[in-house]
Design a protein around this ligand. Structure first.
Ligand SMILES: C[S@@+](CC[C@H](N)C(=O)[O-])C[C@H]1O[C@@H](n2cnc3c(N)ncnc32)[C@H](O)[C@@H]1O
Length: 462
């Protein structure tokens, strides 16, 4: 009983499709209150850095919302949360139609046949909770074009993969990229890192079914987005990484080649996870979402370009939550971006010991580098953004959080004082509000739960 009440609350107040770094889930009411103070009655709010879409969804309960983010996965999520497509959702729509479709079945059979030896081998390891076997798979580095497989591991890789060993070549990746009758991206790119081989096959086959059913007109634009958002959620839940993002897969072996006990147990648990319960759970919750307006819009633009769109002339308040550290979001969520784009990207390489190596995180080569995260560019990027918003005649609610050594937070690329300096050049009233949330956190220093002060700020400009 208690559990269902909690999920009801989650459903309408703070829907979270992905765990997102810098998510403003905790301060939704504060943001909403400040926007209420700026808008009398009806109005349009633009969430210019929408990320996980939680702020956009909250604001859509009162206002028309324009959501923008440079990342494609954010677009999919916010389109669902803001209900921008015509919805034909009804009681009969069931996510099981994916599993029942011929496309899901065909794709899965194709990949299961191709990787039959390796799949059988993996299943044995997972069934018997064989930590050493799993560690060996994690360290094998046979993926993508095969260039990261050490020569001494070739015989073992051939033993495990059998004929499928030859799939890991540039030619094969290219062949798969050119085929529209089968999807194999996750299987070729991410096996034995963020996911198991079996999980990759599932992800590829579900994505294939969603795309094909849309192409056939069996699924509407809205329902296919909804299913894709569910897949984004499920992939984020089962990923084997610290913090459930995609910056690095869990490293299960230390420098001396010894298995790390905690990491391998964690990895085993993640690898055994089934996508389906996560897909079904989020689907049932999204299906019951409340929708308040049908004039919302979603954009996927660099923020400075978004501000030049005609639609922005009608915005009353911009909610700004840009990144403030040197960490690019595209590094943490590149796998979700690739899931949505499904474009078999080149993988990023870095020079190591005189040789170009694919990085451990298997990042896409073209991932977006935000000027807000670059020390030499962030100040002028902020200045131009504020100047453009001011010329649109709109007010601003801006989120900022100070770095704090006690919380091991990353250094900010722009300081609070610099921000206030920029804002004050354009706005007469610049009001800095500190949100007084206290919460308990495990202290890295002494292993005790400590009361911490939330250093979230909201800066209101009008
Ligand atoms: C702090 S997060 C926003 C979190 C969001 N408020 C939430 O609660 O989920 C910052 C977002 O800005 C996006 N971003 C970074 N640089 C951008 C740019 N130049 N244009 C548009 N979006 C950008 C990132 O993709 C990321 O989703």
């Amino acid at each position: 009983m208690k559990k269902s009440r909690k999920s009801e609350l989650k459903l309408n107040d703070d829907i979270r499709i992905i765990q997102y770094l810098g998510s403003k889930l905790q301060i939704l009411d504060d943001i909403s209150k400040e926007i209420d103070n700026l808008i009398c009655g009806e109005g349009i709010v633009c969430d210019l850095f929408a990320g996980s879409g939680t702020v956009s969804y909250k604001l859509s309960q009162k206002y028309t919302v324009y959501a923008n983010d440079i990342q494609e996965y954010s677009k999919v999520i916010t389109k669902v949360l803001l209900h921008t497509e015509v919805s034909d959702i009804n009681e009969k729509i069931d996510i099981n139609c994916i599993y029942e479709s011929i496309y899901y079945k065909q794709n899965k059979i194709f990949l299961q046949d191709l990787f039959s030896d390796a799949l059988r081998y993996e299943q044995k390891i997972l069934d018997s909770t064989d930590y050493e076997g799993l560690a060996e798979l994690c360290e094998l580095n046979l993926y993508y074009d095969g260039s990261e497989l050490a020569s001494k591991q070739i015989p073992r890789a051939k033993e495990i993969f059998g004929d499928a060993y030859d799939c890991f070549s540039s030619d094969f990746v290219q062949q798969m990229k050119n085929r529209s009758d089968v999807y194999a991206l996750f299987t070729l790119y991410y096996l034995n890192s963020y996911f198991s081989l079996y999980q990759c096959i599932e992800i590829d086959s579900i994505k294939f079914a969603i795309d094909k059913l849309l192409e056939d007109g069996v699924l509407s634009e809205y329902i296919s987005n909804l299913f894709l958002a569910c897949l984004i959620h499920a992939v984020s839940e089962i990923v084997s990484s610290v913090g459930k993002n995609f910056a690095q897969p869990i490293k299960v072996v230390n420098k001396n080649g010894e298995i790390k006990t905690f990491a391998i147990k964690r990895c085993m648990k993640d690898r055994k996870m089934d996508l389906k319960p996560h897909l079904v759970d989020i689907f049932l919750r999204l299906k019951k979402l409340d929708f308040h307006k049908n004039s919302n819009m979603v954009f996927c633009e660099n923020s400075l370009n978004a501000l030049l769109l005609d639609e922005m002339k009608n915005v009353d308040v911009f909610y700004l939550d840009p990144p403030y550290t040197i960490d690019h979001y595209s590094r943490f969520y590149h796998v979700l971006e690739t899931l949505v784009k499904y474009d078999y990207p080149e993988l990023e390489k870095k020079k190591l010991n005189g040789r170009l190596r694919i990085m451990n995180g298997r990042y896409r080569d073209d991932r977006f580098q935000s000027n807000f995260c670059i020390l030499s560019k962030s100040y002028s990027e902020f200045e131009l953004m504020i100047k453009r918003i001011h010329s649109l005649g709109a007010s601003i609610v801006l989120s900022y959080s100070d770095d704090d050594s006690e919380k091991d937070t990353r250094k900010r690329v722009v300081s609070k004082n610099e921000l206030v300096e920029i804002l004050s050049k354009y706005y007469e009233i610049v009001n800095v509000k500190t949100l007084n949330h206290r919460y308990r956190k495990l202290s890295a220093k002494d292993d005790n739960r400590k009361e911490m002060n939330n250093s979230e700020l909201l800066i209101i400009c009008k």
